[in-house]
Design a binder for this molecule. Structure first.
Ligand SMILES: *Cc1c(COP(=O)(O)O)cnc(C)c1O
Length: 374
């Protein structure tokens, strides 16, 4: 059996090695390393895949979030509501810009930000909501967009984990995650569903003025060459990464299907075990399984992880600490308002999830989990 890895990027690369190698060598030959034609072509292809008017490529998913916030003209101390249960980057950029993060609870079943908790957290200083489409499934955007409209708030979708996922609104219309709100962001970190072979990221919007602004901010606040109208940043997707992404984007739907197939296998194997809760698939969203995350309800999550390690099955705890309790982002809070987040911190365990898992590996992993869980 092939060694089981949390993410197997090497096997995935070997399947498209010729194409990718040629694309990279062509960039070398062209010597157009920065803002070359590959970047422009990738941008256009991603716009068409997502059905969004503007894609602004940038250096990574954290920059994408920061630049999105910079473009909204927020003032020091403005409040941004986001989930207590997410990767730290989402909150980090809020603090970098001297804005105030207001962390709220998530839904127990979907791990996504709870619309009720968002509603309760709104104050006169609230300016934006950042839903994170966590683990590959869209947050409840129907509700979040409604709350935003009622309260005149921006919505920034952190789509680093869910690219390719579809959200269906109550009226039947479907949109890609990251394209439903004021602005969306993503990351092309290698292990993400659409990963490059280094760092990369992008920002999405349907708003022409905002797109213009974002393009200026990523480029030193320059709207006309050597005229700096505002303080910007330098954040670029390089041509080599764009060339690689152009080879991977046409495979994204197949990659997401392969992840769903592995998830189906897991779901079936664990169905009926009274101490294992499999990830809920929300009706409003397709799931692209950036992570496949179980909840272990008998208090033995840590022992399970240890057992799996001994069996050479990697398993990770995403995420072990609430952001509101992190030193950098500490927020005075009443634990009674974070019942779901706190339960999840003790119960979640993510199993290997990638595009290259075969049945032999999946059987080995599920057998090992069930051997321990009974
Ligand atoms: C990965 C990730 C990011 C940051 O992306 P980088 O490219 O690593 O900067 C932001 N938010 C979420 C939810 C992520 O998973």
């Amino acid at each position: 059996m092939k060694k089981i890895q949390m993410v197997d990027l090497q096997s995935q690369y070997y399947k498209i090695k010729n194409e990718v190698d040629n694309a990279v060598l062509n960039v070398m030959d062209s010597a157009a390393f920065i803002n070359g034609p590959e970047v422009k072509s990738f941008q256009t292809e991603l716009e068409s895949y997502l059905d969004v008017k503007h894609v602004i490529p940038c250096a990574n998913g954290t920059d994408a979030l920061q630049i999105a916030l910079m473009a909204l003209d927020l003032q020091e101390g403005d409040e941004i509501i986001t989930a207590d249960f997410t990767f730290a980057a989402t909150v980090e950029v809020i603090h970098l810009l001297k804005l105030k993060s207001v962390l709220v609870d998530v839904d127990y079943d979907t791990f996504n930000i709870s619309p009720e908790a968002v509603r309760k957290a709104i104050t006169p200083k609230t300016k934006a909501i950042i839903p994170v489409h966590i683990f590959g499934q869209a947050a409840n955007m129907e509700e979040i967009l409604k709350i935003a409209e009622e309260n005149n708030l921006f919505v920034i979708e952190d789509n680093a984990q869910a690219i390719g996922s579809d959200f269906t609104f109550a009226d039947g219309t479907t949109k890609k995650t990251g394209t439903m709100s004021t602005v969306g962001t993503t990351s092309f970190f290698p292990s993400k569903n659409l990963g490059c072979y280094g760092d990369g990221g992008a920002i999405f919007t349907n708003n022409d003025d905002l797109a213009h602004r974002l393009r200026g901010i990523v480029n030193h606040g320059m709207y006309e060459r050597y005229y700096h109208d505002e303080v910007g940043v330098n954040s670029r997707l390089d041509s080599v990464q764009a060339a690689i992404l152009r080879k991977k984007l046409p495979n994204l739907d197949n990659y997401n299907d392969a992840r769903r197939k592995a998830a189906d296998y897991y779901d079936e194997a664990f169905a009926g075990n009274e101490n294992i809760l499999t990830p809920k698939r929300a009706e409003h969203s397709t799931h692209v399984f950036h992570q496949y995350t179980l909840r272990i309800t008998n208090g033995k999550r840590n022992e399970l992880q240890k057992f799996l390690t001994e069996k050479e099955v990697p398993a990770m705890i995403y995420y072990p600490v609430a952001l509101r309790k992190q030193k950098a982002y500490y927020q005075e809070s009443n634990d009674a308002d974070f019942v779901n987040t706190d339960k999840l911190l003790d119960q979640v365990i993510s199993l290997p999830m990638h595009t290259e898992l075969d049945d032999e590996q999946l059987k080995y992993i599920t057998d090992a989990v069930l051997e321990f869980m009974g």
